[in-house]
Design a protein around this ligand. Structure first.
Ligand SMILES: Nc1ncnc2c1ncn2[C@@H]1O[C@H](COP(=O)(O)OP(=O)(O)OP(=O)(O)O)[C@@H](O)[C@H]1O
Ligand SMILES: [Mg+2]
Length: 280
């Protein structure tokens, strides 16, 4: 008997898992993004270890795990936001529609339009509501006339569920909106440049339950068109909005699976401990 057979016989682990230490299937049939053997370091600190995962077209995938396990770090590798941190080094490969996003020829400005980001704390620009949304289309030269720009702004605000609340005050500062409105403004700003993927890092943690419910509804609608990766500390939120869930622990991607399976029947003990509240 070969050592491989022995390994297969003694466990349920498939061939796929021999190259990945993650429990569950990390691959999908229709990947929009793929990460292969990704490691991230902050100086000597090894923050993400050998993470391999696909992110499918038009799915919502939730990243969960205890504080400091690397959720934000890994999320930021997906649009090279870590480039802005001097001591941060990323190894491995990440592709968007099959193209290596870390290739030297890649310009991060258009990349970050294709892979947009929404942060924990709403961060509208100190500009009018209109100019917050028009900013991206302007710098990327996406519209040719004022009327085209007006249409893009209206469409982004409508898709973000904010148009009716702001249509009569487009020239007023974005910072004058409520927290929940500001977060929807930031989502509208991200979608105004027609991204393929939207990364959200705890987008509701600064919002009240009503504003949170609106953002969750919005995620549900946006997934018809976009791929969404959401980091959340709320397991209820992950269960409500996501199709798949990835559980991180101390820099490792421990388990990936359909959200329902992860929350009702996790395969890995660490996942089980976390979702039952024994850890984190
Ligand atoms: N800019 C940085 N410089 C040095 N170390 C960092 C930096 N950002 C994150 N780290 C470290 O990397 C590890 C992962 O941090 P990260 O912020 O990705 O965790 P997280 O899972 O998002 O946590 P939280 O749930 O608290 O947001 C932690 O040990 C953290 O201290
Ligand atoms: Mg974080």
């Amino acid at each position: 008997m070969t050592s491989l057979q022995k390994f297969n016989d003694s466990t349920d682990i498939t061939m796929e898992n021999l190259t990945s230490k993650t429990t569950g299937n990390v691959y999908v049939d229709n990947p929009r993004m793929s990460a292969r053997d990704v490691n991230v370091f902050y100086g000597d600190k090894h923050a993400i270890r050998d993470v391999t995962i696909d992110i499918a077209e038009q799915e919502v995938i939730a990243f969960i795990g205890p504080s400091g396990c690397g959720k934000s770090t890994f999320l930021r590798t997906l649009n090279r936001m870590n480039d802005t941190i001097d001591i941060c080094r990323v190894e491995g490969q990440i592709t968007l529609d099959g193209e290596d996003i870390y290739a030297p020829s890649v310009d991060v400005v258009p990349l970050r339009a294709r892979v947009g980001m929404v942060f924990q704390k709403p961060n509208p620009f100190p500009k009018s509501i209109f100019d917050n949304i028009a900013y991206g289309p302007r710098i990327h030269g996406l519209t040719k006339s004022k009327s085209e720009l007006d249409a893009v702004v209206e469409s982004a605000l409508t898709r973000a569920g904010l148009w009716n609340e702001v249509k009569d005050r487009l020239d007023q500062p974005g910072t004058g909106l409520s927290g929940g409105q500001q977060q929807r403004l930031c989502i509208a700003r991200a979608i105004a440049v027609s991204p393929e993927v939207i990364l959200m890092d705890e987008p509701c943690s600064a919002l009240d339950p009503i504003a949170t419910a609106k953002v969750e509804e919005l995620i549900e609608e946006l997934k018809e068109q976009y791929t969404i990766v959401i980091v959340t500390h709320s397991m209820q939120q992950a269960a409500r909005v996501s199709d798949r869930t990835a559980y991180f622990h101390l820099g490792d991607l421990v388990e990936v699976g359909k959200t329902e399976q992860i929350f009702t029947n996790p395969s890995h003990k660490l996942t089980q401990d976390y979702i039952t509240g024994r850890f984190g």
